[in-house]
Each structure stands twice: as C-alpha cells, then as structure tokens.
Design a binder for this molecule. Structure first.
Ligand SMILES: [Zn+2]
Length: 157
C-alpha cells in the first residue's frame, strides 16, 4: 500500500518547540488531527498537554477529556473533515524509537479506530514518524517533497 503523509510545518514546528522547552522534561503528548485523502494522511493540527494530564519522566498518562474534546471540536467545526488521525509523544533524554509499550498501545489504538494511524515520537535529536496499519508498523522516513507550508513523507521501501 502506498501511503504518503503530508505534515504541516506549523504543527511540526510547534511540537518541536514544545519539546525543546526546558520545563517539559517529562514525557508528554497529544493527538494529531488532520485529513484522510484516499490512503494519504495530512496532519494539520495537534493537541497539547493540559492540566488533566499526568506525566512522569518515563510515562505519560493522557487524559481523554481535553484531547478528545479538542478533537471533536475540530471535527465539528470542519464539518467532519478533520479527524483524529494519530498521536504524538516525547521521549525526553531518550531515543525516538518506539518502546514495547508504544508498540502495544499503537496496535490497540489502530485496531479500535479501524483505520491506519500516524504515530510520532520526539526526542532531543529528532523525530520518529510511523504508520500503524492493523498489526503492521512502517516508518515514514523518506522526504518526497518539501514546500514552505508542508513536508510530504513516504514510507520506507
Ligand atoms: Zn514512547
């Protein structure tokens, strides 16, 4: 399956900026919101940690309340075209590789959503971007095109 991921630069920049802030040394995360166009995905927005979230150095408990509320609001104001298409979280001081907990949770989320989902990890050096389809995880590690507003990623071959 050919799947491409278009990632808006403003969203990517705010995630990187969020992670770079010294006060966010705890693992944290949120939802990725965007469009599905055929099998392609387009990230146009993200949710950020709220006061309902609890974080530790190695664990992030995302409270459903605020993130789901924002996702639903985006879905409603876009007439149902912007949806929850993925999740992001940070690995402060670690590497941007999915842990065994990440792999299990990504598979569970994707099976429940019944649609391919994008998963992003940010570490101090870079980012990991993956596509989970049923039980298969593949990495978006090829940049196909870049523009002022967005980056188009392709899956590893
Ligand atoms: Zn993780």
């Amino acid at each position: 399956m050919t799947v491409r991921l278009l990632f808006d630069r403003t969203v990517r920049a705010s995630l990187i900026r969020f992670h770079a802030r010294a006060t966010h040394r705890l693992e944290s995360g949120g939802l990725l919101l965007g469009y599905r166009k055929g099998s392609d995905l387009h990230v146009v927005d993200a949710t950020f940690p709220s006061r309902w979230d609890r974080a530790t150095r190695t664990m992030f408990h995302r409270s459903a309340i605020d993130h789901r509320r924002k996702a639903f609001k985006a879905w409603r104001t876009s007439s149902g075209t912007i949806d929850w298409i993925g999740e992001w979280h940070t690995h402060p001081g670690g590497t941007a590789r999915p842990s065994s907990i990440d792999l299990r949770s990504w598979a569970t989320i994707t099976i429940r959503r019944r649609a391919p989902m994008v998963f992003m990890i940010l570490d101090d050096q870079g980012q990991y971007l993956g596509l989970q389809t049923d039980r298969t995880l593949r990495q978006f590690n090829r940049v196909l095109e870049e523009s002022v507003t967005a980056i188009l990623f392709g899956l590893s071959t």
